[in-house]
Write a protein of this length. Sequence first.
Length: 482
Amino acid sequence: MIFIDKIKKSLNIFFNGELRFIKVAAISAFFILITLICAFSESESDSEISLYYSPSENGAVIFFGSEKADDTVPGRSVAAVKYSENKTSCAVLMSEGSSYSLFSISGGNVNRVAADCTNSFALSYSGSSVVYLSSDGKMNYYSVNKQRTESIDENITGFAVSPNGKSVLYSKNDGAQKLYVYTDSVSRYIGDNYTPLALTDNCEYIYVLAADDSLCLIDTDGDMKARLCSSVDDTALYFSNDLTSAVFSDGSYTYVSHEGKSRIRLVPYEASPVIYDEKFEIFCNSDNTAKLCGDNDLCGIYYRVSDGNGNSTLFYITEDNARIDVAEETEDFVPLKNSRLVYMTPDGKVYSCKKGESSLLFEGASSIEPSSDGKYIYYLNNAADLQVWHGGKTEKLAAGVKSFYMTSWNEVLFILNDLKLYSVSKAGDSDLLDENVYGCDVGTNTAFYCSDYNSQTGVFDLFCADKKNKFVLSYEGAAHIM
């Protein structure tokens, strides 16, 4: 199983006192795991963050990379967690009965943002600010670096935060639904009867829903820059990392638009389409950004869309804005550098694709995990054998494999049906790591697994490793990961 969700960014928008999750993360049967991808730095402040809830400690236990922090996040239970783009900071909502408290974790430090708030909050993409509604109905802005809170407004009906965290787009009930943008401690009125969706760092592009449910781009004066779609389906609405691109549906087709200047028709809209990868720049160039060409059009992008009936289409947008249908049905697929990816079809065939052109590599796979350079492809076949494909040849590594995982340092971890955990190197050498292992997952610089799971208490022992050190027992009595 490929952890595509590790590179997804869910867009959380607050409307009328509720969080509308456009994308919901998958939940594991044993524990909830969000392992975070960070920059390649060895300092604690740049390490990926993981939160484990422990019944014995009455709160969340923090891990920076593979190291357990001295601090915990106090509270009876973890209600919600939101992370920054580089996954090295997060905002944690803790519950105490019917009340909530909000915390910020950044740079190895834990700070209380609010002692009494609602469950409506947002962390900016940069991780520099937290916006939340307090229990008295006011919206507040918290600067993570300055550790300072400012009150913005009240009677809030919706809000969105810019990626850099310096601006907040919000609406309030003041006789009519009025739209404002908050920047540098000042709120500026924009217009009436707009629902806030998103805004770019410089407020050049402000996405809103108009009263007729049309998707619009407006400026800070409320003037219309572009009407992208009439009667947009907001359950199939996604934005790129920098919010200059949008993917949306008009009920007939799904489209992608960049800066409101172009609209490329992708696939027919049927039933309730699910966009698998809203952070679609990740499928472009080696620097993981969308390449621009011509009149600021998007190009060099792989994209996959489901029609809601179990069918999906993988396609590629070329540099001259032509669309190539790569495959009508795909299951696992992994983006590589230079507009390349590896994908698997439902019949177990595995293909390599470059700039929309596919070539068959091998058949008989049930799940795949390519190495970071794409030269090695590890896969399970229908007989539960772990095999590796390299240079046109296939080699069997193990039989009776329950699951397997690829680390960022190109070491493969696999669990057998008898719950033994092994590691295997590129040379094909296998080492037994532990027994009674019930779950495993990997981040960019770390890997985790749990063993000795107690089905009655729901707790397990947590082992952590990084690219320099082997697995060690890091925590006993963990219940799950948020």
